[in-house]
Design a protein. Structure first.
Length: 428
């Protein structure tokens, strides 16, 4: 069905023109006759009565979501012929799909900033109890005037699960989505929150490289998602190199098993925020010199970095940094006495020095280069989880780690005293 100019939808919204056709229906420009506000009216393509009823139930939840990174649902209902209809705020701008068509890829700091906005919107959607199910660049808008990022078409897909036909939607049983952006479990019809995060990871990969990692070849793509290693994202030559930490986060977000991915959009965004802070040259330290990770960053970085020792070791590249950071890690009793537990520690600090203070405290001195300490702290949190607590601060000029039997020099005693405030390591 189409709406002629001048038609009044849902008794209130007067159509002024056609904006285009989306994945699941036509979109029209309209004006709210009660307040004069510009709106967008989307007619959804399928008309089965059962679909319309299911859509109204889903739209009830969707309309509750109010967030600056989410296109707000203002009204919904069905037309006289039972065609489902959504009234949304109108966004003047272009989709990320259209932007990628022009630029193919984006510099990684900009890509990360955009995806963080998407994840912030996604967090609001999930908090409302709604899954997006079809997150992709075509469903993310960028306002022309402000550059604000807004997610749209969330939750709509569920209303069409199991229906007979659709536009650019894969439908099999209860499976709905766009194959290039779907998580493995979504093909089986069992999506959950982390399925949307997988789609977000695919989007980030595409923003960084200009391509999706698995292609768009139906069932062949499903097999590749499960069995093939994901190549690290490589930026086009005209853009800065994608940092190793960000590359690891992207790959971790695309883990074939849901347990290997971030547990929430907020957690994913926190880890990306940490990478962005480092990229902007911010030394994440307080005036006291203590390394500061925001709560969500600390949890995110711990959960998202791969636990394979080879990915945890820092690159042994030379550094010209004059200052150093001292890292103090206090372990649960017995960990440092077990060879298998200690083994990964030897690979963490090739570009610096490390030493055991006693059977519970491990020290590392690394360059204050914005990444070395982050690698070590991330690795410790990932390898040992709740069994370790860490602190870090800027070391005095010329400071060296003590050898066995030597007296401790500042700042080690005060850091250990702070660590003793924890009866035993607690979750980060």
């Amino acid at each position: 069905m189409s709406l002629a100019i001048g038609t009044v939808a849902l008794g209130r919204y007067q159509v002024t023109g056609r904006l285009g056709r989306g994945a699941i229906g036509e979109v029209f420009a309209a004006v709210d006759r009660e307040n004069g506000a510009p709106v967008a009216v989307k007619l959804l393509a399928l008309q089965e009565s059962s679909v319309a009823a299911r859509f109204v139930r889903e739209a009830t939840f969707m309309a509750r979501i109010k967030h600056p990174n989410v296109v707000q649902i203002l009204d919904f209902g069905t037309l006289d012929d039972e065609t489902p209809c959504i009234v949304m705020e109108r966004v003047d701008g272009r989709s990320l799909e259209e932007r990628l068509r022009d630029s193919r890829a984006l510099p990684w700091p900009e890509a990360v900033a955009i995806l963080r906005a998407v994840l912030d919107g996604l967090d609001a959607i999930h908090t409302a109890g709604v899954l997006h199910r079809d997150l992709k660049p075509a469903n993310v808008m960028e306002e022309a005037e402000t550059g604000a990022i807004k997610v749209l078409d969330f939750g709509i897909a569920k209303a069409f699960a199991g229906t007979a036909r659709g536009t650019r939607l894969t439908q099999s049983g209860t499976t709905v989505g766009t194959p290039a952006y779907m998580a493995p479990e979504q093909f089986a019809g069992t999506p959950e929150i982390r399925s949307d995060l997988y789609s977000a990871g695919i989007m980030l990969y595409e923003l960084l490289t200009g391509d999706v990692p698995f292609g768009t070849l139906g069932e062949a793509a499903i097999t590749r998602r499960i069995f093939e290693a994901i190549p690290p994202p490589v930026a086009p030559a005209r853009f800065p190199k994608v940092p190793d930490m960000l590359s690891q986060l992207v790959i971790q977000s695309l883990a074939p098993r849901v347990a290997g991915r971030p547990s929430s959009a907020r957690e994913f965004s926190g880890a990306l925020g940490f990478c962005l802070r480092l990229a902007h040259g911010e030394n994440p330290t307080e005036t006291s010199g203590t390394l500061r990770l925001e709560p969500e960053e600390r949890k995110s970085v711990a959960n998202l970095v791969a636990v394979r020792t080879r990915t945890l070791a820092m690159p042994p590249a030379p550094t010209t940094c004059a200052s150093q950071l001292l890292i103090v890690a206090r372990f649960s009793a017995g960990i440092l006495t077990v060879p298998a537990e200690r083994a990964p520690l030897s690979a963490l600090v090739p570009n610096g020095t490390a030493a055991d203070l006693d059977r519970r405290v491990w020290l590392a001195l690394v360059p204050d280069d914005g990444e070395s300490a982050a690698h070590v702290l991330t690795a410790l949190a990932t390898l040992f989880g709740t069994r370790v607590r860490t602190l870090a601060r800027t070391a005095p000029a010329g400071f060296t780690l003590p050898r066995p039997g030597e007296m401790l020099a500042p700042p080690i005693p005060e850091l250990i005293e702070r660590l003793r405030a924890f009866a035993d390591p607690k979750p980060l």
